[in-house]
Design a protein around this ligand. Structure first.
Ligand code: MG
Length: 386
């Protein structure tokens, strides 16, 4: 594999911008030795000339941001669908993850551009209707190895997106592809994610723990009083009340959510800085292959687990959520069966895709790419047609 194209080397391009510091110089000035410097990137599947004023990871971030699958996150369920227009969508969740991940990454002197690219990418493979959609498609593909949104994200950026004349997919760097791939194999003990990928994992968990509390209370599925049994929330309410006294219910909810984010970010940062200070990592590779992991301290991790157990039991399995979940799964399973019997109802692209991945998986990929709204609209056509 060729790392760079043979023309337009970065040094020549820089001459077009007098006074502009090279990306590699700026990174070596600002980033820690254990960060993933773009000068150390293993490159892309299809070699491309270096860009004059954007690093390889900045280009990856922009390619994800500008692709169609990213825009479709705006109408994909995070947890709560169609209850109101207050709750998070998969897109706003992604933007919150990116913001928290960048805060952590900058403080840890990691590569913020790589972190942002990974954060924007991390949920791009989610089917419509959140985890309900993923479970339904996994069931449809049970005999073919199941369906994982993390693996589908890689399929999107390598095969489905067609935006560049010179190559299929987005031609992202191998660091971004490998990092997304480690998300798909989280449970494997051999997985050694870059510190930048670890930051995105910590930010993802920080984000959903806080915003699922916010959305669930706002929508009325649980009350803040019920959440006082959860130590992490009780701690936050105690600090907020100590600082501001009595607040209205709405202001209390919002302030507790700020505190939930802040206390987690502070803890991950303090715990990770302490850990990094005892290590002497000289390279990013050394850091990722070590036992060190970016994340909360054991006591906060325990409190987060209790909150997540509550959210699972009382929110994600709430009868109202389960009812919508059941309807969405029934619809997706029916659409899957119908398209399997009538594949020509799919766009030509997915008929060609079926030649590579098999018909069942191509049908699942077609359905997984839909937004909630488009899926509902198509269900009328597909299930109503004879
Ligand atoms: Mg996420």
């Amino acid at each position: 594999m060729e790392r760079r194209g043979s023309h337009s080397p970065g040094e020549e391009s820089l001459q077009e911008f007098p006074g502009l510091e090279s990306i590699h110089e700026r990174e070596s000035r600002l980033l820690a030795s254990y960060a993933m410097h773009s000068s150390q990137s293993r490159g892309r599947r299809h070699a491309e000339p270096e860009h004059a004023y954007r690093s390889d990871f900045q280009r990856d971030r922009d390619r994800v941001l500008h692709c169609g699958a990213f825009r479709r996150l705006s109408d994909k369920t995070q947890v709560f669908s169609s209850r109101s227009d207050y709750q998070r969508t998969r897109l706003t969740h992604t933007m919150e993850v990116a913001s928290i991940a960048r805060t952590l990454g900058r403080s840890l002197r990691l590569n913020e551009d790589l972190i942002e690219a990974l954060a924007l990418l991390h949920d791009i493979g989610h089917p419509p209707f959140g985890h309900a959609g993923e479970d339904a498609l996994a069931e449809c593909l049970a005999e073919e190895g199941g369906f994982s949104h993390n693996e589908y994200a890689l399929t999107i950026v390598e095969q489905i997106e067609q935006r560049y004349a010179r190559f299929p997919g987005l031609n992202l760097t191998l660091e971004v592809l490998d990092s997304q791939s480690t998300r798909a194999q989280k449970s494997s003990p051999e997985v050694a994610p870059l510190l930048e990928a670890q930051v995105v994992e910590a930010a993802d968990s920080t984000t959903y723990d806080a915003h699922d509390v916010d959305d669930a209370v706002k929508i009325g599925l649980v009350s803040l009083d019920e959440l006082l049994d959860i130590p992490l929330v009780a701690d936050c309410v105690g600090r907020v009340t100590g600082r501001f006294g009595v607040l209205s219910a709405g202001m209390l909810r919002k302030t507790v959510v700020h505190e939930l984010i802040d206390c987690q970010v502070r803890d991950v940062l303090q715990n990770s800085l302490r850990g990094l200070a005892t290590q002497e990592f000289v390279t990013s590779d050394q850091a990722r292959r070590s036992d060190f992991r970016i994340g909360p301290c054991p006591s906060l991790a325990e409190k987060k687990a209790k909150l997540e157990e509550f959210l699972y039991r009382r929110v994600y399995r709430h009868p109202e959520i389960s009812r919508v979940r059941g309807q969405a799964q029934h619809m997706l399973r029916q659409m899957f069966e119908r398209l399997l019997a009538r594949p020509k109802w799919m766009p030509d692209f997915f008929l060609r895709h079926a030649e590579n991945v098999g018909l069942k998986r191509a049908v699942a990929h077609y359905l997984a790419g839909m937004t909630d709204g488009y899926c509902r609209q198509q269900s009328g056509k597909i299930l109503g047609a004879t």
